[in-house]
Design a binder for this molecule. Structure first.
Ligand code: AFD
Ligand code: MN
Ligand code: MN
Length: 400
């Protein structure tokens, strides 16, 4: 693809900021709270507004309920707009309430399943009230020991619960079903891989799609292959981008394996370019989102850094010589196939992205410009004072 076309395609590339990625995050060994971290929703929208103001590609903010719960959702929509962003996917939380110790949608007790389903309905209502078109579903449901429960009975309960949630979806709203092969369950997880998520989508209907969290695979998994299959099936709903040396969302996207990120985008661009109409529509509607814990990085900087990273790797994927790749594949020229990908990957797209930002009236170097703005230093005293006044109120953090 030539640079001019690539620049136009960059106009459609956006990625969603997670509200919880702007808050303190920690591990089971503790949370080191940071004075800049957002806790309350107005702080999260203000910070997300900074990310979008400097990058130009992060207009939406995913919310997590109850961490972001409020009693006036119409004002939340206005508050987001005030900061130049809007509400993105709504994430139910059916993994922290004590009732969910032995599962939520798979729980043996019908009362607990009904409670979880009611919470999903609340999240659908919140999505409608805030103008969001997606609920994003992840389940900690699983067991810790062999023999603890019947896999098949749990699968039946999951199917029935998800079907009840699906029936509550308004037209045009998607449920993005996210799989994860481990954690917090130590022996099995009910929605453990892309196959189980795709199976549920097929049983539910076209408004159900799979969400691929890049941190949710065993080491060595070929994620770009999974992406290609889900794309081809019209069931690739979105991504939670992050990176890890060992597990899940420990590190920010691109920190460890940027080539994998590039190869994932190569599949998406291939779908956008040479897929049939259904594949092209799926690729273009794919919801790109971050789901990562800043873990000691200044929160806003960590997301600006991440946004630049995914934009760069998408741009690199746009530059792949697709015609040359087809010809090299046809003659089984493996070296040439690889060289064509590596040529695009090695292209320094930063000048092109600087031009794109200038064309949008943005600073060419968003991270440098944000760090020079003094925003973090300005908001810290006010947030420290708020926490003191509220007596370190619960507010809304991530997992710490
Ligand atoms: C945890 C889960 C999953 C989920 C996220 C937000 O592993 O990725 O999407 O929390 O609820 O990271
Ligand atoms: Mn996730
Ligand atoms: Mn995760």
């Amino acid at each position: 693809m030539d640079t001019a076309t690539a620049l136009r395609r960059l106009d459609h590339f956006t990625v969603e900021t997670p509200s919880w990625g702007l808050a303190d995050s920690g591990t089971r060994f503790g949370t080191f709270r940071q004075p800049w971290a957002a806790k309350l929703i107005d702080e999260k929208f203000a910070d997300a507004g900074q990310v979008h103001a400097y990058t130009g590609i992060c207009p939406r903010v995913a919310l997590h309920i109850p961490w972001d719960r409020t009693d006036d959702w119409s004002s939340i929509k206005a508050l987001a707009n005030q900061h130049g962003v809007r509400v993105g996917a709504i994430n139910p939380n059916v993994f922290q309430d004590p009732d969910y110790q032995f599962g939520s949608i798979c729980h043996a007790d019908e009362r607990v399943r009904a409670k979880a389903i009611a919470h999903h309905r609340e999240c659908i209502d919140i999505a409608v009230a805030t103008g969001s078109d997606a609920i994003s579903l992840w389940y900690a449901d699983g067991t810790n020991y062999p023999g603890q429960a019947s896999f098949r009975e749990r699968k039946h309960r999951m199917q029935d619960s998800l079907a009840e949630v699906y029936r509550a979806l308004p037209a045009g709203m998607r449920m993005l079903i996210e799989y994860k092969f481990f954690e917090p369950a130590f022996y099995h997880t009910d929605l453990q891989d892309w196959g189980s998520a795709l199976l549920m989508c097929h049983k539910l209907g076209v408004q159900a799609q799979v969400l691929v969290d890049t941190g949710h695979h065993a080491q060595g998994t070929n994620i770009e292959h999974i992406v290609a299959i889900l794309l081809d099936e019209g069931r690739l709903g979105g991504f939670h981008f992050n990176n890890r040396k060992y597990a899940d969302d420990d590190l920010t996207v691109g920190a460890i394996n940027p080539y994998e990120l590039f190869l994932i985008f190569c599949e998406l661009v291939a779908g956008e370019e040479d897929g049939d109409a259904a594949v092209r529509a799926t690729a273009r509607r794919c919801a790109y989102m971050f789901d990562q814990c800043p873990n000691h990085k200044p929160t806003v900087e960590s997301i600006i850094q991440s946004a630049v990273c995914v934009q760069e790797h998408y741009a690199k994927a746009l530059l792949v010589d697709r015609a040359g790749l087809e010809q090299a594949r046809a003659r089984h020229d493996l070296v040439e196939c690889e060289e064509i990908l590596k040529d695009a990957y090695s292209t320094d797209v930063r000048p092109m992205l600087c031009d794109w930002r200038r064309s949008k009236g943005l600073d060419a170097h968003p991270l440098k410009a944000f760090r020079a703005s003094g925003y973090t230093q300005r908001v810290m005293p006010e947030r420290i004072a708020r926490r003191k006044a509220a007596g370190a109120a619960a507010g809304s953090g991530a997992f710490g």
